[in-house]
Design a protein around this ligand. Structure first.
Ligand code: BGC
Length: 730
């Protein structure tokens, strides 16, 4: 199908999900009408989890027959329905983020939401914006989309809109400052107010603006108070400043007190007890605290009203499927097949999330090579099966998701080797396989082949599982299983060595790049079930690569300026994480934030910058913050032309530098992006609407967003360091 020029423009401007379609006023009216029908026991039952493994889902609260409220089912996670068996295992958040594709963010949320609903899940526990990913070795960064708050925010808003349109409640997690797995239950994240607003809270504000039903408070402390006990966080920031209408659910056992959590603004306790010890901080203890007036009934009424309103908001009060009991501890058999045709979407996401880092002399796409060597344990599926390790807690065979609660069971996993063999059979290519990480075997396979494809990886996950010495967070930024040695041996044996990397986050590539025989590097992220198929689409050029890095790849670990801390973290780097730091300190990255090659080339031209509107914005509260914060004050446009030789998609990026009148700020910050698919010779106008918030800084003294006066630098380009068009906005 050919898209008209007009529809391309429309496509290119739909970056922000509209403030969610949900109607909170109508939902609240229903919730308030239902409230008087509830006894105190009903109310306490609705806010207290039944206890770990006391129901079919990872979280369950009690039904109230009088109002048709069901046993509520809360289930992980961000990339698929956990503990079910015939569900789609989508690419992880970080690979979804690498697509920079707003419509894919929505389509993904919608498909995940449809599967969750079909299984009777009411609350699907994702997406993730915390950790944001300030620490490159952080164990759970891969569950989220990017360490840039703007990209993360757009992905949060659109995936939430998709999920909730499908009928499931989304849960934005983990609020806030859970940036590492080490000491996650005790560490205090001490984040100053400006840094918090401009980085960590930002994507949650976008989630709230998209009408997210629920928010999960995190395990750690924020500014010395437990996140789930922090009134400053849950009430002042989230519910008052951001006007969040839904409910706050605790992370599993992140609640610490009966009264403190309630008064701080927590609304639902999960899993209820402490992972099966039958000791409940709410339940009877909450009833007692109500009787002794330690907690006012109005607070519990507010909790219940919020839970009910969220349930009504997404229409779960009519014809919602029943939970069919598919989790293992419930004696479940995995549940019905709810995948529909989502494998097509999963493949597209995985393919469009692949980032081509290096491609010397058009080494890729492959052109029917006479012979290929496919090397590395990462090229095949774990011989014990893709789900052999509980919660993917091992790194055996090809890596397609990290480990922990943010996983799902693979319905199948397409191995790179198998997909390559299928293509090779069509091309008449001979394939030699060395599916292990032993350098000598890799070298002997490579020496006999025209081209060598070597697979390496790096894994991470949640801290309750330790894999090969990595207790959630990664020990370092090197490939696992001695991947550098494997690549070195293969490259020494073959002048056309192509490296494919599956990774949870950045790796140091200096060793690999030191070999001139490494002619291409394909960054395949965490692709989910369609791994091999998506990779073949790119390797053989049926699709031109269009992913861009959602973080920076540095030359050395110290360049990031952040690492896992063995105690409280005072966030001394402030705003200067990832590219913001590299820019400020003049550090040359290896591959910068936003970087990614294509098989074609794009020209940038015709920058236009509309005048800045300075009309004062409305201070009326609205989900996401005062309404006027989201007024569009200026619009930047540019023309992108495919001036290369094959069709392809480009992610045009807009960066803004604040005027000198603002307090010390990052030299540039992402404030718009647009992905356009262009046939050879075609062009499209991309349009970047700039909202007041996109041009403001958080004034700590005034406690508000302030639009600085002076001239803003406007930079449009293909990455954060490949800026093709510049101008100013005064
Ligand atoms: C994780 C959450 C998850 C919950 C329920 C916790 O350990 O931090 O992300 O939703 O468990 O499984």
């Amino acid at each position: 199908m050919k898209l008209s020029f007009l529809s391309l423009v429309a496509l290119a401007t739909s970056i922000h999900a509209a403030p969610g379609d949900g109607d909170w006023a109508a939902a609240y009216a229903k919730a308030k009408a239902a409230l008087p029908k509830l006894s105190t026991a009903n109310k306490v039952g609705m806010v207290t989890g039944k206890g770990w493994q006391k129901g079919p889902c990872v979280g369950n609260v009690a039904a109230v027959a009088a109002i048709g409220f069901p046993d509520l089912c809360l289930q992980d996670g961000p990339l698929g329905v956990r503990y079910a068996q015939q569900v789609t295992a989508f690419p992880a958040g970080i690979t979804t983020g690498s697509t920079w594709d707003t419509s894919l963010f929505y389509a993904f949320g919608n498909a995940l939401g449809a599967e969750a609903k079909a299984l009777g899940v009411h609350v699907q526990l994702g997406p993730v914006a915390g950790p944001l990913g300030k620490i490159p070795t952080g164990g759970r960064n891969w569950e989220g989309f990017s360490n840039d708050p703007y990209l993360s925010g757009v992905a949060m808003a659109n995936s939430i809109s998709g999920m909730q349109a499908a009928g499931v409640q989304a849960c934005a997690k983990h609020l806030l400052g859970n940036e590492q797995e080490r000491l996650r239950d005790t560490q205090s994240a001490n984040i100053d107010d400006r840094t918090n607003h401009e980085l960590y809270l930002w994507p949650f504000a976008e989630a709230v603006r998209a009408n997210v039903s629920s928010v999960m408070c995190s395990y750690n402390k924020l500014n010395t108070t437990w996140a789930c006990e922090s009134k400053a966080l849950l009430t002042d920031l989230l519910k008052d400043e951001l006007d969040f209408q839904g409910y706050v659910v605790s992370d599993w056992n992140a609640q610490h007190t009966t009264v403190g959590s309630a008064l701080a603004g927590m609304d639902m306790s999960m899993p209820g007890d402490n992972f099966g010890d039958n000791k409940f901080l709410w339940g009877t203890a909450l009833t007692n605290a109500l009787s002794s007036n330690q907690i006012p009934m109005s607070r519990v009424d507010d909790m219940v009203t919020r839970i009910l309103a969220a349930w009504y908001l997404v229409g779960q009060d009519t014809n919602y499927p029943k939970v069919t009991g598919w989790t293992s501890w419930n004696g479940g058999k995995g549940g019905p097949n709810v995948q529909g045709d989502h494998k097509t979407l999963a493949r597209k996401m995985a393919r469009d999330g692949i980032v081509l880092l290096k491609n010397t002399d058009g080494a890729l796409p492959l052109k029917k090579p006479a012979s290929l060597a496919v090397i590395g344990s990462d090229s095949i599926v774990n011989p014990q099966g893709p789900n052999a390790c509980v919660d993917r807690g091992c790194n055996t065979g090809t890596l397609a998701m990290g480990w922990g609660s943010g996983t799902a069971d693979f319905p199948y996993l397409i191995a790179p080797l198998d997909a390559i063999k299928a293509q090779a059979a069509k091309d008449g290519t001979t394939v030699t396989s060395s599916p292990n990480d032993t350098p000598s075997s890799g070298a002997s396979a490579a020496s006999a082949a025209a081209t060598a494809l070597v697979f390496i990886n790096s894994d991470a996950g949640e801290g309750y599982i330790t894999v090969e010495g990595n207790a959630g967070d990664r020990i370092n930024l090197d490939p696992w299983h001695n991947g550098n040695a494997l690549v070195a041996a293969v490259a020494a044996a073959n002048k056309k060595t192509i490296v494919v990397i599956h990774s949870v986050g950045p790796l140091l590539l200096e060793s690999i790049l030191s070999s001139p025989n490494v002619i291409a590097i394909v960054w395949a992220g965490l692709p989910g079930q369609e791994s091999g198929n998506a990779l073949v689409d790119i390797l053989y050029g049926s699709t031109s690569p269009s992913g861009k890095l959602p973080y920076t790849i540095a030359k050395q670990a110290s360049d990031y300026g952040t690492s896992v801390i063995n105690g409280d973290d005072s966030y001394p780097e402030g705003l200067f994480i990832d590219y913001r730091r590299f820019d400020k300190n003049g550090i040359a990255p290896r591959y910068e934030f936003g970087f990614g090659l294509s098989y074609t080339t794009f020209a940038y031209s015709g920058l236009t910058i509309s005048p800045l509107s300075t009309a004062p914005g409305s201070t009326t509260p609205a989900p996401g913050g005062p309404k006027g914060l989201y007024d569009v004050l200026a619009t930047v446009t540019a023309t992108i032309t495919n001036n290369g030789t094959v069709a392809g998609a480009e992610v045009a990026q807009l960066y803004i530098g604040l005027p000198g009148s603002a307090p010390a700020s990052p030299p540039k910050q992402l404030r718009g992006f647009s992905k356009v698919f262009l046939e050879v010779g075609a062009k499209a106008t991309v349009s970047f609407p700039l909202r007041r918030k996109d041009l403001s800084f958080w004034d700590t003294g005034k406690k508000m967003w302030v639009l600085p006066s002076g001239s803003f630098s406007v930079m449009v380009g293909a990455s954060s360091r490949d800026l093709r068009l510049t101008g100013t906005l005064a």
